[in-house]
Structure formats: C-alpha cells, structure tokens
Design a protein around this ligand. Structure first.
Ligand code: ATP
Ligand code: MG
Length: 353
C-alpha cells in the first residue's frame, strides 16, 4: 500500500510555535525522510470560513501567510503538494455523501467539537457548516487515501470519526476508502502546547500565541510575560514545575546541547527543574534561557520567511500548481467513490438489475 500524508491548517492567523512542535516539525521530518509516496498539505480556507463566514478577508489574507509559514519551516514544494481547500471543490461532493453516514448525535459527542463550541461561545448558534467540519475533514483525508495524518492531540477525535466513516462507507458500498492513522509528535510535551497565558492550548483564536513570524523583540517580550508559578513570589521560594508554562515549553523545545551552549551550570533539564523546586532559581533566568533556546529554531525560520515574502508571485504559483495537482488526485478518488456507490450513471450503462 502507498504511504500518503495529508494534513493542514486553518488560515485564521499566522502559524505559531504550537503548530511547529505539534505538526510542522513532524511534517518536515517525514517529508525529508523519503519514506512517503505522496505528501499533501492543505490550507483549509473553507474550514476556516465555518466560523469566520463574516470575515472572508481575514481568511483570504491568511492563506498567503500560512503558505509563507510552510515554506519558512522547510516544507518543500518539490517534495510536497501545497494546496487551497476551496480550490478543490470535489472535496465538497465527498463531504455530502459522507454526511449521510453520520448522525447528528455522533458529531455532538465529538469532544473537540464540544470544546470548540464552548470556546467560541456558540451555545445555540452553531453554524451548520462548523458543526459538520469533522465530516468535511474526513473527506479531506480520505480523498487522498491518506495513511498518515501528522497533527496535534486535539485532532485525535477527528481521526477517530474519520476512521468510523471509512469503515461505514466500506461496509455499505464495498472496500474503497483507506483508514488513516494519526501521527503525533515524538515528545508528549508537544501534543498540545499551552498558550503563553498558561491556558490549555495555544490557539490563533485565543490570542495567546508566539508566532513563527514574530520578530526577536516580540518573542522576548512574550516569553518575559509568560505565566509561571503564582506561588513562586521570591527567588528563594520553592517553585512548581508542573503546570508552569516555561517548563512545559522547555520540555517541548530544549535539547541537551542547549545547556552546554547557554546555561552550562546545569547539565540537563532535570537538574534545572530540581533547583527550581528547591527554591533559589528566579523566573527571569529560566525565561532568558527559554528565549535563547527558542531563537535557535525561530531565527532560521524568520530568515527563510523574509526571502519568500519578497516573491509573493512564486508563492501563488506554488499554490496554484498544488491545487491543480490535488484536484486531479481527488477527482480520481471521487470516481472510485461514485463507482462504489453505483452513482456512476454514464460510466456504466448496465445499471438495471
Ligand atoms: P484555530 O484557533 O483557528 O482553530 P489553531 O491554532 O487551533 O487555530 P489549527 O489550524 O486548528 O490551529 O491547527 C492546525 C494543526 O496544528 C493541527 O494539527 C493541530 O492539532 C495543531 N495544533 C494547533 N494548536 C496546537 C498546539 N497548541 N499544540 C500542538 N499542536 C497544535
Ligand atoms: Mg484549531
């Protein structure tokens, strides 16, 4: 069986360091491993419109920003197809057929949908398109016969729902679709990076992000304002490491060699944590260290981004070519789906039984 990657991002803002550790880093690694037959990265503009219908300009602007972020982190258009969701309208046809296989109550039970409805204060005014996005996400994944979906942990319920749809489709219409596997980051601290405010998830919609495109000064300010341990008032006070955002970030971003490079009085993160727990280690010192650690990967991303920003036409060309290529692939899957569902009327004229 072919090994195929599909994943994507909503163009609701610039991409942030949560995206980097949760998904982008994995994507670049998988892309460069040479182990995959096909790789697709989707800018999910129509999914972004499900909760931004009144703000299409925001979505439009961010399509280019997300593309720039992709190229800046090292996604290579020679190795991966980058495309815009709404430029592949066959995805909607698939979504429509899958909707017939899913109940309203099943979507209502989806924990990510539940959490996002609450987070967005939708209460009784959930847009229908938003409610159905797990189904459209299943269409996006299966349209490419994706086997590997590198995403953050918040997407686990989406993948589960997608697999259910695949099983249901295949049992009703015959073996057609491929069940995908979630591909989580190698380090648990990266599954769901908290915001700088200590809230459960760094999220474009919550305004608690460090963006990949932030300049060095902004990143420093954000790190210096980060939520730590409210009981650690004086440097001499014993501190808590669990639930302390700076330490969660160090779990996600620091590597053993960073200690020799930037903080040689400690051999590793465990030693730093022990000292913080005992007392005598100030927040400013660990924040400065975190800042240096983060700059090691942010600076090269910034530099690459600037060089692409000077050639927006090239970025548009990449998106256009990618969308064409993606449309072709989805067209093939849709033909298989229609054949399985026996709604391929003009392809097979012997339909009467
Ligand atoms: P929005 O607030 O518009 O939903 P978002 O910040 O949640 O934006 P998405 O575009 O929904 O970003 O997510 C894109 C990918 O990044 C998904 O695979 C998601 O799992 C991953 N991701 C998003 N936020 C984080 C995070 N804080 N930690 C780890 N992974 C994340
Ligand atoms: Mg999200």
């Amino acid at each position: 069986m072919k090994k195929i990657i599909l994943t994507g991002d909503r163009p609701t803002g610039h991409l942030h360091v949560g995206h980097y550790v949760g998904s982008l880093q994995n994507r670049v690694r998988l892309q460069n491993s040479g182990d995959f037959d096909e790789i697709y990265f989707m800018i999910a503009d129509s999914q972004a419109l499900t909760d931004n219908a009144e703000n299409p300009e925001k979505v439009r602007q961010n399509v280019l920003q997300v593309a720039l972020d992709y190229l800046a982190v090292g996604i290579d258009p020679e190795k991966a197809t980058i495309f815009i969701q709404s430029m592949v309208p066959a995805l909607y046809e698939l979504t429509a057929y899958y909707m017939d296989l899913v109940t309203v109550s099943r979507v209502q039970r989806n924990p990510t949908v539940k959490a996002e409805i609450q987070q967005k204060n939708f209460e009784n005014s959930v847009p229908l398109g938003f409610f159905c996005y797990p189904v459209s996400q299943a269409a996006d994944i299966t349209a490419f016969h994706a086997t590997h979906v590198p995403v953050g942990e918040d997407q686990e319920p989406m993948l589960e729902q997608c697999r259910e749809i695949v099983r249901k489709f295949n049992s009703v219409y015959g073996e057609t679709l491929t069940e995908p596997d979630i591909y989580l980051p190698p380090n648990k601290a990266c599954y769901r990076l908290p915001g700088i405010d200590g809230k459960a998830k760094m999220s474009k919609s919550l305004g608690n992000c460090i963006y990949l495109s932030d300049d060095a000064e902004t990143v420093k300010k954000k790190i210096m304002s980060m939520y730590t341990d409210p009981t650690h008032l004086q440097v001499s006070d014993p501190g808590h490491v669990e639930g302390n955002t700076v330490f969660t970030y160090l779990d996600a971003f620091s590597k053993p060699e960073h200690f020799a490079q930037f903080l040689p009085e400690y051999n590793n993160l465990d030693e730093l944590k022990d000292h913080y727990r005992q007392g005598g280690l100030g927040d400013v010192k660990i924040k400065k260290f975190l800042n240096k650690v983060m700059e090691t990967f942010l600076e090269p991303i910034r530099t690459r981004r600037r060089s692409w920003e000077e050639h927006p036409d090239d970025v548009y060309d990449i998106l256009e070519a990618g969308s064409k290529q993606a449309s072709q692939k989805v067209g093939e899957t849709l033909a298989e789906v229609r054949r399985s569902m026996r709604i391929n009327y003009f392809e097979d004229r012997s339909l009467l039984k």
